[in-house]
Write a protein that binds this ligand. Structure first.
Ligand code: NAD
Length: 395
């Protein structure tokens, strides 16, 4: 991680300079006394990726200005945009830039234009490769319910109120990376193969991330697998159970993925840390987005390697791309995770999260969230309001 730190006069002497919405005063004791040089590689990608990333960068800039940090941004190609430009979904100079950065902020990849390309020339291949290049094996996907969004969840308010789930998804193993993988044969009699593969060390390292996080939360881990059918899941359950013995304060449960999917809509508040493998985590986190109101709200951090990768959970949403109506809050909240996990700037991260909470409380809604009584605002307007809320918090 390249991080240059200059010790300077405390930027914030006390709470009188900072007013962070909804945060207990204890959270503000961790003042920024450093001016940091944050070198961020921005990968806007495809579809709504550039639209939401633009807003996340504006918010990052407002926070950096307010707290006295220097932001150095480099924008690089990935996914369909890179395929169009250089016929490679992850060009070498994108990798170089990412590896020499403090952190990477990604929009989304994917475009129907490449649906018939061979696997290695699809936009998604660029995403899988950058995760592997960065060694980002731990994908943290928080799904937290904003009280202002009671009308946006398809669930009854009394069911969803208080939902606060941390999905910990293994990101570099399982069927997405396993080999052999192929489609072979003639049309009409083709056979496709994918391989789900997990080693004990891979399971152990992600399990430790989940237990460590649980120790800072409500001390519950639910490990989700399909151990009644899959060997990978049986190994998963064995290893997670063994690691769990090192964390006697954490209550460990196991659940089959099908029943976990049902519980997620029936009793979302029961979940604290949900630990699972790559594909199950991909699916369950979209579902968690639906539970808390919209997939567009969900942020993620992919960590574990030398440089963290931060991206909204959603994809490139080709159905709404170019219309200026995408929800940028998942991308903006990903910027908050970047500050927290790659820069250890907890106050700055909390400032963004509080600003998002504030604009939602004031009634700001993009189309995916607008229910009865709320007119929808554009992507840019939502981003602008978060920037203004950040500035207002830093008076
Ligand atoms: P998607 O997440 O792009 O969209 C699913 C639905 O949610 C769509 O109706 C879309 O309009 C809506 N949606 C998503 N994000 C939104 C936002 N910020 N604001 C408002 N509405 C939003 O998933 P998909 O349609 O299954 O996939 C589209 C493309 O994205 C595919 O090419 C897929 O491979 C790719 N994808 C990429 C990523 C990634 O880059 N991390 C993740 C998932 C899918």
């Amino acid at each position: 991680m390249k991080l240059s730190i200059q010790i300077c006069q405390p930027y914030f002497r006390s709470t009188d300079r900072i007013k962070v919405f909804n945060y207990p005063i204890t959270k503000l004791l961790n003042y920024s006394i450093f001016s940091m040089h944050l070198k961020i590689t921005v990968l806007p990608g495809d579809g709504i990726g550039p639209e939401v990333t633009e807003q996340a960068v504006l918010v990052l800039q407002a926070v950096a200005d307010g707290f006295g940090h220097q932001l150095q941004l480099q924008t690089k190609l990935i996914g369909g945009a890179a395929l169009t430009a250089v016929n490679d979904p992850l060009p070498a100079d994108t990798i170089e830039s990412c590896l020499s950065s403090t952190a990477v902020l990604l929009g989304a990849v994917g475009s129907p234009a490449f649906d018939h390309n061979p696997g290695h020339l699809r936009p998604e291949a660029g995403l899988l490769r950058i995760r592997r290049e960065l060694g980002a094996y731990a994908n943290l996907r928080p799904a937290k319910f904003f009280p202002a969004l009671e009308d946006s969840s398809p669930l009854r308010p009394e069911l969803v109120r208080g939902t606060d789930i941390m999905i910990v998804r293994e990101l570099l193993g399982g069927a997405y990376f396993g080999s052999p993988r192929s489609i072979e044969g003639e049309p009409g009699s083709r056979v496709a193969v994918n391989t789900m593969r997990y080693g004990e060390a891979e399971i152990e390292r992600i399990a430790r991330v989940a237990f460590d996080l649980a120790m800072k939360r409500r001390r519950k881990v639910l490990s989700v697998d399909k151990a009644n059918v899959l060997e990978c899941s049986r190994l998963w359950r064995d290893v997670v159970t063994r690691v769990g013995k090192d964390y006697p304060e954490v209550k460990l449960g196991h659940q089959y993925v099908d029943s976990a999917a049902m519980l997620l809509v029936q009793r979302p508040t029961d979940f604290d840390v949900l630990l699972t493998e790559n594909m199950f985590g991909d699916i369950l986190s979209d579902q968690a987005g639906g539970v808390v109101g919209s997939l567009g709200l969900l942020a993620s951090a992919s960590i574990g390697g030398p440089v963290g990768l931060y991206e909204p959970v959603h994809g490139s949403a080709p159905d709404i791309a170019g219309k200026g109506i995408a929800n940028p809050l998942g991308a903006i909240l990903s910027a908050a995770m970047l500050l927290r996990h790659s820069c250890q700037l907890e106050t700055e991260a909390a400032c963004i999260e509080s600003a998002v909470s504030a604009v939602l409380s004031e009634g700001a809604r993009t189309a995916d969230l607008a229910g009865k009584g709320h007119a929808a605002i554009s992507t840019a307007e939502m981003g602008h309001r978060v920037v203004e809320a950040v500035k207002a918090a830093l008076v």
